[in-house]
Ligand binder design. Structure first.
Ligand code: FMN
Length: 193
């Protein structure tokens, strides 16, 4: 079991994928194994037709099932996450994220849509039964700039937020919580009213 990195941009090179790679780098430093799933490389017809039975869709669903945790990166498109990411999430079974920790990442042209992770992506992850959705990391295009050699580079200003996010993710890789809550003896019950 490893962490599955899902790149939700239709573009390459991609700023949101660069942010994802910054997380991958930090996970590697912590000796956490990662796998990559760029949604743009899935069979287009499977995505467009919602073809659950296609080999491409079944393999991707299986990879999600095997992952202990996911990092999902998306560009902001029209104040939400990308359409190709939605097409992929629609192929997943209803409880595909059960028991899993998810770290959402996004890049956008300006800070104005930084809440898209919370109002657009988070409810979908919740509907897919994610156990724990970590606070997301949002970066503007100015913070993920194109370097002269043609690759996107994440600005050092983002380092503390990425470090915190990866620390929380690694913490979430611990053993799954037991089902339900342990009974609390009545004598220990506290009430604040
Ligand atoms: C079709 C389209 C719609 C976009 N809509 C928004 C938007 O609503 N808000 C925003 O902040 N940026 C918007 N952007 C800018 C992208 O979110 C931004 O450039 C992002 O970093 C691209 O990530 P990528 O390189 O991983 O695809 C849009 C870009 C495109 C191509």
């Amino acid at each position: 079991m490893s962490v599955l990195l899902i790149a939700g941009s239709p573009s390459a090179p991609s700023r949101s994928s660069a942010l994802l790679e910054a997380v991958a780098h930090r996970l590697a430093q912590r000796r956490v194994g990662v796998q990559r799933l760029p949604v743009r490389e899935l069979e287009a017809q499977a995505l467009l037709h919602g073809d659950f039975g296609s080999a491409s869709a079944r393999q991707a669903v299986e990879r999600v099932a095997r992952a202990r945790a996911l990092v999902i990166a998306t560009p902001v498109y029209k104040a939400a996450y990308s359409g190709v990411l939605k097409a992929f999430l629609d192929l997943l079974p209803q409880t595909a994220l059960k028991g899993k920790t998810v770290l959402p990442l996004a890049t956008g042209g300006s800070p104005h849509h930084m809440l898209a992770l919370d109002y657009a992506l988070r409810p979908v992850l919740q509907a897919l039964a994610a156990r724990h959705i970590l606070p997301g990391v949002y970066a503007t295009d100015a913070q993920v700039a194109l370097a002269p050699e043609g690759a996107y580079q994440v600005h050092p200003d983002l380092a503390p937020r990425l470090d915190d996010a990866v620390d929380a993710l690694v913490e979430g890789l611990g053993p799954p919580l037991p089902h339900g809550f342990a009974a609390v003896p009545f004598a220990q019950v506290r009430c604040s009213v």
